[in-house]
Design a protein around this ligand. Structure first.
Ligand code: BEZ
Length: 224
């Protein structure tokens, strides 16, 4: 199945959305972008995910990340579903969310982007769209991809956390360790020589002693 790999450029597809027709590269502009897919409109897990995504829209906007969702059904279905999603959030049942939802009625885009879940079929036996998260950088290249089956809802706190890591590591020569949260110490990347690392990280480097004697576990406070 075709799909997207890390480093691939986002396809510049045209699509109908709840905010009108888009061309993907124009939609992204110079921003970061997140595209998250859904199996079907009017389904329970998707409703909770989109409700949470709508609530987190200001957080993504603060990080200069443009959000866009995709689901199989038509724009008309999406608009009607948005009312339910807003009501689920305890808001007025408006037809819009703070981000567009792409209508992929014939699954063309889901196939092109490698998003189908072969285990979840609709009433006609056609595979539904899986829960994919693609994060694109301002260069429109894929920086992160997460793939969940239709039956497992995503954790949007984790998605925000990985955006923070992607943005930090895009601009600084650091990597984020297990369970990292913004503000925690980070690791100096292994390829950076010690003398250069000392200059780049004036807050200091702490190297953990290891049985191998190799000095690869190098921490530094999160750089500004
Ligand atoms: C849901 O969003 O609840 C869902 C969609 C397809 C398969 C299973 C669950």
């Amino acid at each position: 199945m075709p799909g997207l790999l890390l480093g691939d450029e986002a396809p510049n597809f045209e699509a109908d959305t709840t905010h009108g027709p888009i061309r993907f590269h124009d939609f992204l502009g110079d921003s970061w972008g997140i595209l998250f897919s859904h199996p079907r409109d009017f389904t329970p897990v998707c409703t909770t995910e989109l409700g949470r995504a709508a609530k987190l829209a200001p957080e993504f906007s603060k990080r200069n990340v443009k959000m866009i969702a995709l689901s199989i059904d038509s724009v008309q279905d999406h608009l009607s579903w948005c009312k339910d999603i807003n009501a689920y959030n305890g808001d007025q049942p408006a037809e819009k969310l703070p981000f567009p939802i792409i209508a992929d009625k014939n699954r063309e885009l889901a196939v092109k982007l490698g998003m189908l879940d072969p285990d979840e079929l609709d009433k006609d036996g056609m595979p539904l769209t899986a829960r994919v998260v693609f994060v694109f950088g301002p260069d429109k290249k894929l920086k992160l991809s997460i793939l969940y089956p239709a039956t497992t809802g995503r954790n949007f706190d984790e998605i925000l956390r990985v955006v923070d890591s992607l943005q930090l590591t895009a601009y600084k020569k650091v990597a984020t360790p297990v369970d990292w949260k913004p503000g925690d110490s980070v690791m100096v990347v292994p390829s950076l020589p010690e003398e250069e690392a000392k200059k780049l990280f004036p807050k200091g480097i702490f190297t953990k002693e290891l049985p191998s004697g190799k000095k690869y576990l190098r921490y530094t406070p999160q750089p500004e």
